[in-house]
Write a protein that binds this ligand. Structure first.
Ligand code: PEP
Ligand code: MG
Length: 842
């Protein structure tokens, strides 16, 4: 693509200079904006990405020419300017140009102390960061003087066999080269890629006239911002330090507050005019740059300079509050606020937290790397986490440290705990990205992968499968399950999502099986339930046996007996769901129990079942063997169960209709949606539909009540998608179950894919795990075919997706483009889906 202007090696930034984010980096562009706002930015020269790249590979740039812009005896700083400030870059280097002559001049001008400190600082940074000498030899006391300077210059000469370079042009050239090379280094590359930068991301550099911040009063430097990074609420934060440079004030205990503070002196009291001007600059940035900025400033004998401004760092909570507050003040449009928040970010606000009132048995502590809390069984490998997730079990992935191979395991786990690492280590960054509670760097825990044990610092030994709670908000690991508090979402979160709802044009429902999940779905303002997996209503210990009795009954009479007990439970469950959803749509899926999930696995399980059924163990064992399948995911499940044992779906239909009548009021009639799973043939639908209609008629005549309902099919087999045209006349909606559809399209077991998925992704065979992100090319084509064939027959056919993909922004984009009515995803993903959907519509 042709650039709108020729890019020179370097350019003096003024109001019209040709600098852009993608040629000179975000810092250069931001400085230009500050200049346009008339802020007192010292003269700045920007070097382009191309120039820096050339420098990194041994090329030259005319540094004497750069310095000529700064007049005689210049003193300058160099800062990195990457395209996105979050991608980082090498540390700033200040006071370039200091040499013996300049030192003598400045001693006259600013005093000896200031001149010594400026020169010491430069020799120190140059020696360590540019010449790469041992930092221990260049440690400076807090109050360096002439002798410190002499010692440092001597140390430099001794190490380098040459005196400290005196020529400013050479100094600048060495600084620029070393920063350019640092950017190309492997660790810098990995770090920025982990922050989302492309491999070939460029670096610009800005050379700026120093505002020394040292000399006659009032001289110093500081950093100020006008909102809290934690909460996003208005709050003046930052520090100021006299006789200092750069960000010194942030790290020095003698720094003063900015605004009046009972804890100590403040800049506002010491130098009110400067403070007032900073306040005005903050307001100007907010209004004109449409962003809350953190401003780095310097005072030189009372003259204020703005050296730099960066977007205020912010937590997810602060990000939402800032965006909403700016839109409410009219600084930005509401749509802009909606666009500013990454949908994945919302997860940070929505996680459970440990109830602080609960008893806590702390077994390890570490860095609070990712907020939220989760309870689960410990596993030591990603494969174990994935296998457990496929069984619907919550796990805590415990690793020494994580690597990209662990990402799939982290997706599957409910929290992550690592022995090593810190706030920016892989585990921490990935966990935050996923909204997964995480504690990293839990020093003192010892992992033994072979024995599958974790030894805590106080000597307790935990085995794989033991229950722990990870509290990523406080950085602690607790023994066992601990009461957790549901997330507390503040007004700005809700406001932002309401704005999102105003613009989005695809519905968002939740997958919720139980009353508790339905309540959670409502907290997140789902429009209804898109998938209630009725067999999950029987996962609890005391109900599981009943479900098993029904499945293992050998005769229709036996089955009828267990159904008789099961139906009232279902009626009560459905009534509660209808009640909590208060007129919102509820889509109930008829039983779809893959037999391997419901077969008793152990001898104890078999004995319990024998007890419950009053049968000898040998008979139950034989029955279980007879029912065992080689391929349960492709076996007797879904509608196949409904066809071969019709009384099961009939009983469920009766339960749904009974609950419908009980829960309906004249003002708010319940209209349940009933969904048939795992369909592959039209005839299956015809048969089930006929029976459900029969039950509806029977219930109507038995009760004299009238009610309505809708029937739909889950498209989970490729054949159902291909034959959607002939299924369509029988149903009013199609819901794509993309978990099974992905499994069957790829011929890839949901339960086993984790064993080799990472190899496939690493080798680029799959760009992403198709169980996380919809495979738009293959599975997507089936979605499109099914949708268009269904709608060709029934133009009013409701279309939706209810597999895991329903919460993924890219998959939502696909469904929206394909004309779907809604997506349905787990309750915690609902806010992200609402926001992602809105962003697509803008
Ligand atoms: C699906 O297959 O996509 C689906 C939603 O059903 P389940 O995950 O229960 O098989
Ligand atoms: Mg399914």
């Amino acid at each position: 693509m042709q650039k709108p202007f020729e890019i020179e090696d370097f350019v003096v930034i003024d109001e019209t200079a040709p600098v852009a984010n993608d040629t000179h980096g975000g810092r250069a562009k931001c400085l230009q904006r500050l200049i346009r706002l008339d802020l007192p930015v010292p003269l700045t020269v920007a070097l382009s990405f191309a120039t820096v790249r050339r420098l990194a590979s041994g090329g030259q740039v005319d540094t004497a020419a750069i310095l000529r812009n700064f007049g005689a005896a210049p003193l300058v700083s160099v800062r990195p300017s990457s395209e996105d400030p979050d991608w980082g870059g090498p540390g700033a280097i200040l006071n370039i140009g200091m040499n013996d002559a300049r030192h003598a001049e400045l001693a006259n001008l600013l005093g000896h102390a200031a001149a010594d400190r400026l020169y010491v600082r430069f020799v120190q940074t140059y020696s360590v960061q540019v010449a790469r000498l041992d930092p221990d030899s260049f440690e400076a006391p807090d109050d360096p003087d002439g002798s410190t300077l002499t010692a440092m210059l001597d140390a430099y000469e001794a190490e380098m066999d040459e005196p400290f370079p005196q020529d400013p042009a050479r100094q600048l050239s060495d600084v620029l080269k070393s920063m350019a090379r640092a950017w190309e280094g492997t660790s810098a590359r990995l770090l920025r890629q982990a922050r989302g930068a492309p491999a070939e991301a460029g670096l610009g550099l800005v050379v700026q006239r120093m505002a020394p911040g040292m000399g006659p009063p009032e001289s110093g430097s500081g950093v100020i911002q006008f909102v809290s990074s934690d909460t996003g609420l208005p709050q003046i934060t930052g520090r100021y330090l006299g006789q200092s440079q750069g960000r010194d004030a942030l790290f020095d205990e003698s720094a003063v507050y900015l605004t009046r503070d009972p804890r100590g002196p403040s800049l506002e009291e010491m130098y009110p005019e400067g403070f007032d001007r900073l306040m005005q600059y903050g307001a100007t940035c907010r209004q004109r740059l449409k962003e809350e900025m953190q401003i780095e400033f310097a005072l030189d004998a009372g003259r204020l300079s703005v050296l730099d401004a960066v977007r205020v760092q912010r937590t997810a909570r602060a990000a939402v509050r800032i965006a909403v507050a700016m839109a409410e003040d009219g600084a930005i449009e509401r749509e802009e606020a909606v666009l500013r928040i990454e949908p994945g970010f919302l997860a940070h606000l929505m996680h459970r937290q440990v109830d602080q009132k609960a008893a806590r048995d702390v077994i390890a502590t570490g860095v609070a790397a990712s907020p939220g809390a989760a309870t689960g069984r410990i596993v030591f490998t990603s494969a174990a986490a994935q296998a457990a997730a496929a069984r619907g079990e919550a796990t805590i992935l415990v690793r020494r440290e994580t690597s990209p191979e662990d990402i799939r395991g982290m997706h599957a786990a409910h929290a992550v705990l690592t022995e090593r690492g810190g706030m920016t280590s892989h585990a921490a960054m990935v966990a935050r990205g996923l909204g997964l509670p995480g504690v990293v760097g839990a020093h003192g825990i010892a992992l033994n992968r072979r024995a599958r044990t974790l030894t805590t610092p106080d000597g307790r030994v935990l085995n794989e499968g033991d229950l722990v709670t990870v509290d990523g908000t406080t950085g602690t690991v607790l023994a066992g399950a601990v009461p957790l508090l549901e997330p507390n979402l503040d007004d700005s979160f809700r406001t932002l999502l309401h704005w999102a709802d105003e613009v989005r044009d695809i519905g968002v429902r939740a997958n919720a099986d139980t009353y508790a999940e339905a309540k959670m779905a409502l907290t997140f303002e789902a429009e209804g339930i898109g998938l209630c997996r009725t067999e999950h209503m029987f996962f609890e210990e005391d109900r599981l046996t009943l479900m098993r009795e029904m499945i293992f009954a050998e005769t229709a009479e036996g089955r009828a007996a267990s159904l008789e007990r099961l139906v009232p439970m279902q009626v009560a469950d459905f009534c509660k769901l209808f009640e909590v959803m208060a007129g919102r749509p509820v889509c109930i899926r008829l039983f779809d129990p893959p037999l391997h999930e419901f077969l008793p696995q152990s001898r104890d399980g078999l004995r319990d079942l024998a007890d419950a059924m009053g049968l000898p163990l040998s008979r139950v064992t034989r029955r279980v063997e007879a029912l065992s399948e080689f391929n349960p995911m492709l076996g007797l499940r879904g509608v196949r169960l409904g066809i071969t044992m019709p009384e099961i779906y009939e009983a469920q239909a009766r339960a749904i209709f009974t609950a419908t009548i009980e829960s309906s009021t004249p003002e708010m009639p319940v209209v349940p949606e009933i969904m048939i799973p795992l369909v592959s043939a039209k005839r299956e639908v015809e048969l089930v539909r006929g029976r459900i209609e029969g039950i509806a008629a029977a219930v109507r005549s038995e009760t004299g009540a009238s009610f309505d309902y809708r029937l739909g099919v889950m498209v989970e087999t490729p054949r159902a998608a291909l034959r959607a045209g002939e299924i369509a006349p029988h149903v009013s909606f199609l819901s794509f179950g993309t978990n099974d559809l992905t499994q069957m399209t790829y011929g890839l077991s949901r339960d086993d894919a984790g064993r080799f998925m990472s190899v496939y992704v690493q080798q680029g065979i799959f760009t992403e795990d198709p169980f996380h992100r919809l495979d738009v090319e293959g599975v997507g084509e089936l979605l499109q075919l099914g949708a268009s064939r269904g709608r060709a027959v029934r133009p009013d056919m409701k279309l939706s997706i209810c597999g895991e993909h329903g919460g993924d922004p890219e998959s939502i984009a696909f469904c929206r483009a394909a004309g779907f009515d809604y997506v349905s995803c787990s309750p915690f993903r609902v806010p992200g889906a609402r926001l992602a959907a809105a962003q697509l519509a803008l």
